[in-house]
Design a protein around this ligand. Structure first.
Ligand SMILES: [Zn+2]
Length: 283
């Protein structure tokens, strides 16, 4: 596990798959997310970085057990305030998740707090679409946390992280970039992101969208050619062939433009193009 002090008192923690952070103040330690894969090591890392300083706050970026299933260890500590969005607290009360503790303080849309003189700004968002997320901003440390969003250094995961809301996905970049920040914690991969990583992720997503849009005018001609090829016997097959041709042409362009800038473009570019092809058909 890697623990690094990115700004005075602000620590970034990763086991190379998951990420969390904690802030050491004069009044206590504030923890942001507790992945179960960290286990006891998160508490050990805090104790090593800030010996004798009590943990006073634990803030959940969202309710998923893979990012906060280690939170029960923090909730057990005397005097710890567990903070989450009201919507997350409601859904946890209805469907408890293993290791994710019940919040003791909730908020509807936003919450500003100050711990040991350090301002912490929380605001709800919706990157998981079906679930509520919390954007965590530390203005003094120029730190923004938005979990399960971009993958710094890498192309996005399959089908843009399996998003069911392409419009919401594309709009999220502006939401992030409206904040003042230098450090961006996205919850995954081994490295912390920067403002530039958010801009690169935005440019990649918009390039895929624009590439499909450029190829789109030829869609019907290709479809008719494929209908002829299949002797007008199988419209679904002809449509599928057309979608795959557009997807593959798009993926070829994307790989050429992005392989040198991001890793795993070769693995996922076709899935990103497919997502945008489907979006173009459906909208
Ligand atoms: Zn995740």
């Amino acid at each position: 596990m890697h623990v690094g002090e990115i700004e005075p008192g602000l620590f970034f923690v990763t086991d190379m798959i998951y990420q969390s952070a904690f802030l050491v103040t004069g009044d206590g330690v504030v923890v942001f997310d507790a992945p179960p894969s960290f286990g006891e090591r998160l508490l050990a890392a805090i104790e090593m970085s800030a010996p004798g300083v009590p943990i006073t706050h634990y803030i959940l970026s969202h309710k998923h057990a893979d990012h906060n299933g280690g939170g029960f260890r923090l909730a057990e500590i005397d005097g710890v305030t567990v903070i989450a969005a009201e919507a997350n607290a409601d859904s946890l009360a209805e469907t408890p998740l293993p290791g994710v503790p019940a919040p003791t303080q909730t908020f509807a849309d936003s919450l500003s707090l100050e711990v040991g003189g350090v301002p912490i700004e929380l605001r709800t968002a919706g990157f998981h679409f079906a679930d509520t997320d919390v954007l965590i901003h530390l203005p003094q440390q120029r730190f923004l946390m938005a979990v399960d969003t971009i993958t710094p250094g890498e192309a996005p995961f399959m089908n843009f992280g399996g998003t069911s809301d392409v419009r919401g996905y594309m709009a999220a970049f502006d939401t992030f970039l409206a904040y003042e920040f230098d450090h961006f914690l996205s919850g995954h991969v081994s490295i912390l992101g920067t403002r530039e990583d958010v801009e690169i992720a935005r440019d990649y997503a918009f390039d895929v969208r624009d590439t499909v849009a450029r190829l789109w005018p030829g869609f019907m001609d290709r479809f008719m050619a494929n209908m002829e090829l299949t002797e007008f016997k199988n419209g679904n097959l002809a449509y599928r062939m057309t979608m795959e041709q557009v997807r593959d042409d798009c993926a070829g362009e994307i790989r050429e433009r992005w392989e040198a800038r991001l890793s795993v473009v070769d693995l996922w570019a076709d899935s990103h193009c497919e997502t945008m092809v489907l979006h173009a058909i459906m909208h």
